[in-house]
Design a protein around this ligand. Structure first.
Ligand code: NDP
Length: 419
C-alpha cells in the first residue's frame, strides 16, 4: 500500500508512471501532477481499466514551493517522484522538507536562467574551486544533506539510467567483482534512428546544454576539462555496432569520485552521429542555444526555448525510432591481487519500448529506473535519511528489479577497453 505523487508528465514521467501502474500491488495510489494538467489527464485516461492503481491528476507549478506544499498536504504521499525538469529540484526538495516526505529525482539541479547574477557568482566560484564548468553540479542538492538527515527523510538523487543505473553498476562492480577499482568508463550509446535530420531524445533544452558544454573527466584526484567534443573514440557496441563517441562531463562522475575515492580515472562517453553534431554546431554558432532573452518584434524570446518549440517533441519519436541503446560501464581494477576488467551494460530496443509503453528507449531507460528506485524506497530497501546518490545504496535488489521490469544487465569479463 503506498501513495505516490509524481511531478512532471513528459517523456520520462509517462514511462515511469505506466511502469508504476504495472506494479499496482505496490503503487496502490498515484497522483500525476504537472504544469499542464491536460497531459496528466490524457495519461490517466490511457491507464484507465489497465491497472488497479488509483490514479488522480492535479495542476502544479513546481517552481512555486507553496503550490507544491499545498499539493503534498492535500494528497499526503509517502514519496514525491520529481520527474519534471532539473530546474525544479530545489523547490520540490524544500516542499518535501516542509511536509516531511521522502524525495527522488532523475537529474541534478541546474538553474533555468544561467544569466541570473546571484547564481552566476556562485557558479563562477565553484568553477574555479572545482575545475569543471558544467551548469549542473551536486553542490546545490548536497547542501540539503543535514536538513534531510535531521528530518529523518531520504532524498535519492539522479535515479534514471545515467545518472542512476550506471552508479548502481559501479556499486555492483565494487561489491561483487573488485577489491579495488582503478578506472571507470561510462559508455552511453544510442544506436537508434528516428529519420529526422535533427531531434533530441529528451528535453531539448537540457540535452543541448549538456552536449554543447566543455567536456571533463576525473583523473588522479582532480578534474581535467577539455573543449566540447574534442575527445573522440570509436567503440564496437554489442548489438549496435561501431559508433563514434565523445567525452562529455556528466554528473555521476562527480558523485562517484567522492563515493569510490580509490578510482584513478572516471570518464563518460556518449555516441553522436555526424548530422547531429553538424546541426548542433550550426545552431550554437547562430546563437540558437542561448538562454539569454532577445527582443523580437516586440516580444521577448529565449532562443533555446524557441528552438525547443520548433524541434520534434521527444515524446513523438517513439513510433519512428528503430535500433537499440547500449549503456554501461567498463572497469579495470584488482581482485585477489590480480588485475581484471569487467563490463556491465544493458541493451534496449526502441521498438520494443514503443510496443510496451508508447515511448522510445531513452525515455524508457530513464523511466524504468525511476520506477525501480521508487520501489526500493517504498519497500524500505533504500531508506537512508540524508541526501544520497544511487551508488550509496545496495545495488542488488535494484538490479534484480531492473532485470525483472525491462532493463536486464549483461556482463562481459573480457571487454575491449577504451583507449
Ligand atoms: P519533458 O520536457 O518531456 O517533461 C518535463 C515535464 O515536466 C513536462 O510534463 C513539463 O510540463 C513538466 N514541468 C516543467 N516545468 C514544470 C513546472 N514548473 N511545474 C510542473 N511541471 C513542470 O522532459 P523529460 O521527460 O525528457 O525529462 C524529465 C527529467 O528526466 C529531466 O529532469 C531530465 O533531465 C531527466 N532525464 C534523466 C536521464 C537519466 O538517465 N538520468 C535521461 C533523460 C532525462 P509541461 O508539459 O507543461 O511542459
Amino acid at each position: 500500500m503506498s501513495r505516490v505523487l509524481v511531478i512532471g508528465c513528459g517523456g520520462v514521467a509517462s514511462v515511469a508512471i505506466q511502469k508504476c501502474c504495472q506494479l499496482d500491488e505496490v503503487f496502490t495510489e498515484l497522483c500525476i501532477a504537472s504544469r499542464t494538467k491536460a497531459k496528466c489527464d490524457a495519461l490517466a485516461a490511457k491507464l484507465a481499466g489497465k491497472t488497479k492503481t488509483k490514479v488522480t491528476t492535479a495542476q502544479v507549478d513546481a517552481d512555486d514551493v507553496q503550490q507544491v506544499i499545498d499539493l503534498i498536504n492535500s494528497y499526503k504521499p509517502e514519496l514525491v517522484m520529481n520527474i519534471a525538469l532539473p530546474y525544479q529540484d530545489l523547490t520540490i526538495m524544500d516542499a518535501c522538507l516542509a511536509c516531511g516526505v521522502n524525495y527522488m529525482d532523475t537529474a541534478n539541479y541546474e538553474p533555468e536562467n544561467t544569466d541570473d547574477p546571484k547564481w552566476r557568482a556562485i557558479y563562477e566560484k565553484r568553477c574555479k574551486e572545482e575545475g569543471f564548468s558544467a551548469y549542473f553540479d551536486y553542490s546545490w542538492q548536497w547542501a540539503y544533506k543535514e536538513k534531510f538527515a535531521k528530518a529523518g527523510l531520504t532524498a535519492l538523487l539522479g535515479c534514471g539510467f545515467d545518472p542512476g543505473v550506471t552508479q548502481a553498476y559501479c556499486a555492483y562492480a565494487k561489491k561483487h567483482e573488485f577489491d579495488t577499482i582503478d578506472t571507470i568508463d561510462i559508455l552511453d550509446c544510442n544506436g537508434g534512428d528516428h529519420g529526422y535530420a535533427f531531434a533530441t531524445n529528451f528535453n531539448p533544452e537540457v540535452n543541448l546544454r549538456e552536449v554543447s558544454a566543455p567536456g571533463s573527466y576525473w583523473e588522479n584526484g582532480h578534474w581535467v576539462e577539455i573543449p566540447a567534443m574534442s575527445i573522440k573514440r570509436e567503440y564496437n557496441f554489442d548489438q549496435v555496432g561501431e559508433k563514434d563517441m565523445y567525452l562529455l562531463h556528466h554528473e555521476e562522475i562527480e558523485s562517484l569520485a567522492v563515493n569510490i575515492p580509490e578510482v584513478k580515472r572516471i570518464r563518460f562517453f556518449m555516441t553522436f552521429g555526424q548530422s547531429y553534431l553538424d546541426h548542433m554546431r550550426c545552431l550554437e554558432d547562430v546563437g540558437m542555444l542561448s538562454t539569454t532573452p532577445v527582443e523580437f518584434e516586440g516580444h521577448e524570446i529565449v532562443p533555446i526555448k524557441f528552438l525547443k518549440a520548433l524541434l520534434p517533441d521527444p515524446a513523438s519519436l517513439g513510433p519512428r525510432t528503430h535500433g537499440k541503446t547500449n549503456i554501461g560501464c567498463i572497469f579495470t581494477g584488482k581482485k585477489d591481487g590480480k588485475e581484471k576488467t569487467y563490463y556491465i551494460y544493458n541493451v534496449c530496443d526502441h521498438q520494443e519500448c514503443y510496443k510496451e509503453v508508447g515511448s522510445q528507449a531513452i525515455s524508457y531507460t530513464t523511466g524504468v529506473p525511476a520506477m525501480c528506485g521508487a520501489l526500493m524506497m517504498l519497500t524500505g530497501k533504500w531508506i537512508k535519511p540524508g541526501v544520497h546518490t544511487v551508488e550509496e545504496m545496495d545495488p542488488d535488489p535494484f538490479l534484480a528489479a531492473l532485470d525483472q521490469y525491462g532493463l536486464p544487465k549483461q556482463e562481459n569479463h573480457n571487454p575491449v577497453l577504451v583507449k
